[in-house]
Design a protein around this ligand. Structure first.
Ligand code: ZN
Length: 609
């Protein structure tokens, strides 16, 4: 039996203290290691750099451990039993690592639990001890790790099967606000750490319950594939993100994302919609990526990068459904769904990198490109989340069209779930095409070649035509403009385009990125430059877009800016703004039957044109 004890008394020093006990004989050469990355977040993070001290003993006698590489140690003698004591510095306020202070304790097993080479399949137990602060303040423990023997607050002994399971159950410990509900007879818990006052908890509970219920139904089983599920959310002034686990998710959100008591519940704010979509996304991952996995992730080697072209499937399809299922569960209206979809289209259309990288390439290079974005990302890469979601939309439409409305992407996902999720068999790099062929009698080769492996534009126009949705791409006016649903088509004249994004700076507008081939690029502007004047008139960030919008396209302008504290003046000719802002509306003459069927598949099957 492999046994870990976790203490977090040293909260102000942000140090977790771990004791690892092996109550069996261990041989000379035995290797111990910490993962270099955490599943779901495709970047090498070298968690072992946070181990600040480590020593071993056997029955109280010191035992030598030698460090063999950046994240491994080996034992230098035979022992009858072994104890390793180590400290982990925890000051990363993210969902990916560990964070400890006077207010809470959060950790992922990838940051805290040393793996024992060759013993990964054994049972692992964890004792979590309360610190004195935690005892005095009645802190509560939230985790989906199965409990063996815990007190009312949740401190005590937990049990995991293999090492992969052990590190897939994060813990949140603190003064938590707790919501409980059941879905298909399974206990679901939501906890919020550092939650603000006056939140409409009942509304969140009810909405998230509906979202979970729709997903359990979606995959076609009586029950979800876990015995309990925990949403753990850390709330802060500004924050957003999540990481999926097999029976829980760790989330970050902003104060303003949560609905307030007394708010009109007929309306939903874009921020709360974003929070619900995040919950929906991570819950969908319980099936898609936690259980249906790329074959290359089996077994999961956490010491180095694993490249797969399939992240469009695991993140793109999940991103597609994280919004569509909000509409299906009724927590947002169809027009609000179209609003979200239009914004996804805008995000893709604003990225010039879509002409450089296919979604398959974006997936493969996630480690070094998507996860390491710099100022040139807008020109060099495409997101497998947003473009992946649009690939999913187009694939859904193609399946409906080829099956005359009898099948959809939902059916594909259920087949993949049965064949690859329930069986634990990994999904091969090009296997989706074969499954589609079995479903439809055609493998949609042309579609996949273009949508996944080329940089050609997706056939969005025909998808929206088929759905009775009017699709418009308009010139971008303000950089804050996201596109969305409109009740009627919009008109807009051609606008001038400078070709950069910027943020406020005390001196003017600080350039954050420059679009390749644009007026700004021609003038040699780059990230970090501070624009202070156009044609010798002072501009600040908040008025720059409007100022440019009033100048006719093709006009020559002089841009004055600081770089490395030196003043430069450059001339360039404004070009026409690209049509890259998506607006969707409903065509009046169409009864939108197709759209309704797409949003509410339980209704009678209708033909997709
Ligand atoms: Zn995801």
């Amino acid at each position: 039996m492999i046994h870990y004890t976790v203490n977090f008394e040293q909260q102000n020093a942000h140090l977790f203290e771990i004791r690892l006990n092996l109550n069996f004989a261990v041989n000379h050469g035995q290797r111990f290691y910490l993962p270099n990355w955490i599943p779901g977040s495709y970047m090498i993070r070298d968690f072992s750099r946070n181990i600040t001290s480590l020593c071993a003993n056997s029955k109280g006698e010191p035992v030598a451990l030698e460090k063999t590489d950046k994240s491994s140690w080996q034992l230098l003698q035979d022992v009858e039993c072994l104890e390793i004591n180590y400290q982990v510095y925890a000051w990363d306020l993210s969902v990916r690592s560990a964070h400890l202070d006077s207010e809470h304790a959060f950790f992922n097993g990838t940051s805290l639990f040393l793996g024992i080479d060759g013993y990964e399949a054994e049972d692992h137990t964890v004792i979590l001890n309360a610190s004195s602060v935690a005892r005095e303040n009645q802190w509560m423990v939230a985790t989906a790790m199965p409990r063996l023997n815990v007190d009312a607050q949740g401190f005590g002994k937990y049990r995991s099967g293999c090492y992969e399971e052990l590190i897939d159950h994060p813990f949140e410990v603190g003064n938590l606000t707790e919501l409980n509900f059941e879905v298909a007879g399974i206990e679901h818990q939501m906890v919020f750490c550092e939650a603000p006052d006056r939140v409409d908890w009942e509304r969140i509970r009810s909405d998230v319950q509906k979202i979970c219920a729709v997903q359990v139904e979606f995959f076609g089983d009586q029950q979800p594939p876990f015995e309990r599920y925990v949403f753990m959310t850390f709330v802060q002034k500004k924050g957003f993100g999540g990481l999926e686990h097999r029976a829980s998710t760790a989330l970050h959100c902003s104060f303003g994302d949560l609905p307030q008591k007394g708010e009109n519940t007929d309306k939903i704010s874009p921020e709360y919609r974003g929070f619900l979509s995040l919950c929906c996304h991570e819950y969908f991952h319980s099936w898609n990526v936690k259980r249906i996995k790329p074959a290359r992730f089996i077994p999961m080697n956490l010491s180095k990068e694993i490249n797969t072209e399939l992240l469009w499937f695991f993140e793109g399809i999940t991103s597609y459904y994280d919004e569509l299922l909000l509409a299906r569960s009724g927590v947002i209206a169809p027009d609000e769904y179209l609003d979200l979809l239009a914004q996804t289209v805008t995000k893709v259309m604003r990225s010039r990198g879509r002409f450089k990288q296919s979604v398959a390439e974006s997936s493969f290079d996630a480690w070094t490109k998507f996860y390491k974005q710099d100022e040139n990302a807008v020109n060099s890469l495409v997101s497998y989340y947003t473009k992946g979601a649009l690939v999913a939309l187009c694939l859904d439409f193609e399946i409906r069209r080829h099956s005359e409305g009898r099948q959809s992407l939902d059916d594909l996902m259920r087949i993949v779930w049965r064949q690859f999720g329930k069986t634990g068999k990994g999904l091969g790099e090009t296997q989706v095409k074969q499954i589609v062929k079995e479903m439809l009698g055609t493998s949609l080769s042309d579609f996949f070649a273009k949508a996944l492996y080329s940089t050609e534009e997706l056939p969005l126009q025909s998808v929206f035509d088929g759905l009775g949705v009017s699709y418009q791409l308009l010139p971008q006016y303000l950089q804050s403009e996201k596109g969305g649903f409109v009740s009627a088509q919009k008109q807009r004249k051609t606008l001038s385009f400078l070709g950069l994004s910027h943020s406020a700076d005390p001196l003017g507008a600080k350039v954050t990125s420059v679009v390749e081939g644009s007026c700004a690029a021609e003038a040699g502007l780059s990230q970090g430059d501070i624009i202070i004047a156009l044609d010798n008139v002072r501009v600040v960030s908040s008025e720059l877009d409007e100022y440019i919008g009033k100048i006719p396209p093709m006009t020559k302008v002089q841009i004055s800016f600081f770089r490395r504290e030196r003043l430069f003046h450059r001339n360039c000719q404004l070009s026409e703004s690209e049509a890259n802002t998506c607006y969707l509306s409903l065509k009046e003459e169409v009864a939108t039957e197709n759209l309704l069927h797409w949003l509410q598949p339980d209704k009678e099957v209708r033909k997709v044109s």
